[in-house]
Design a protein around this ligand. Sequence first.
Ligand SMILES: *Cc1c(COP(=O)(O)O)cnc(C)c1O
Length: 437
Amino acid sequence: MSQAKPPLSASRRLQARAEALLPAGVNSPVRAFRAVQGEPRWIARGAGAYLYDVDGSRYVDYIGSWGAMLLGHAHPAVTAAVQAAAAHGTSFGLSSPEELALAERIHEAYPAIEMLRFVNSGTEAVMSVLRLARGYTGRDLILKFAGGYHGHADALLVEAGSGLATFGTASSAGVPAAAVAATIVLPYNDLHAAQAVFDQEGAKIAAVIVEPVAGNMGCIPPVPGFLQGLRALAANAGALLILDEVMTGSRLAYGGATERFQLEADLFTLGKVIGGGLPIGAFGGRAEIMRHISPLGPVYQAGTLSGNPLSMAAGLATLETLRADRPAYQRLEATSTRLAAGLREAARSAGLAVQVQSVGSMFTVFFAEEPVRDFTCANRSDTRAFAAFHRAMTARGVLLPPAQFEAAFVSLAHGDQEVDLTLAAAAEAFRAVGSRA
Ligand SMILES: *Cc1c(COP(=O)(O)O)cnc(C)c1O
């Protein structure tokens, strides 16, 4: 008698087929769930705070498309705007009014962004802004922080967090040494280290690029004075400060970390939330610097699909929705605070050494003994415990980003019901991790 094998899940069947055609079956590495030795879920649809996989399982979603989905999935205003735009044509390769409308909204939210240009991803925004910073200053050196992820452009793939941290790769193959030779990497939150580099190399530094709240090595808040100190160091040396707000922009406040912490910078990058879940990026800042961009100036930058009408429509609907509902950020904060406190309590009850670090609607459950303030600390986390926690949460219908070194995101569609569900799952999952040893 042959025993019937349990049927493969639909996710597993798709994954197996995809692995023949797409490397690891995915189009972006962390989606393969390898860091948590988990099963990649294939998603059929999203609605509000939930994702539904192709097997019909429902999850409270804290991936939020890596931060883009601040309003939650399939928000009616965004869906309607995209449908209306699509009916009028998907790309013209010429200017359309929505580009100006979204640019005006962004300038209003970030007054320091006097001029900007839209691109198609955060990576592209960062790549372009670095060229601009170098072209404007006539200098080559770029300063970044270990564990800071600024997309996958060559010059910044040094000690970048995110998927790279998870895979323990300090850098990527295929990046010529020359491409990173002008990149200096320092520990996050270490102003003394930055001061020392500026003392030595100040006159050669084009720009410092920093995540105002680190999110790509897990959520790490800036220590008081760190970002302000960078501002002063850069200004004194005639270098530019670039705030990479691709993740934090219009998430930590309507005007991003810039508004939340009252920051000043020369240049900014945006992405994720400002596109409402469609491909987008933007870079901008002081008009005097932005005028160096082609065709006004000598720094070349272009894009076939830049300012795409669908992305503009989704971004505009997102920002208009947020603008009309400013208390939204207070609700988001309240939900996030309650969730983080509940997770801390649940871990404590299970007797686990866990740091729940959060800023606004970004958070990370670090399996670490001490508060995590930089990449070195983050790397001391117990990634096996995190993996076990992740699998236990997924099994209980809560989807966290499948890696220790990623921030999780609360959306405006998350409410008390979702927090209750999450905390009930976490109480069990932490206990499961605790009894694993
Ligand atoms: C996501 C992210 C990027 C890259 O954006 P993509 O749209 O994925 O290319 C750059 N910087 C930061 C801070 C990010 O979080």
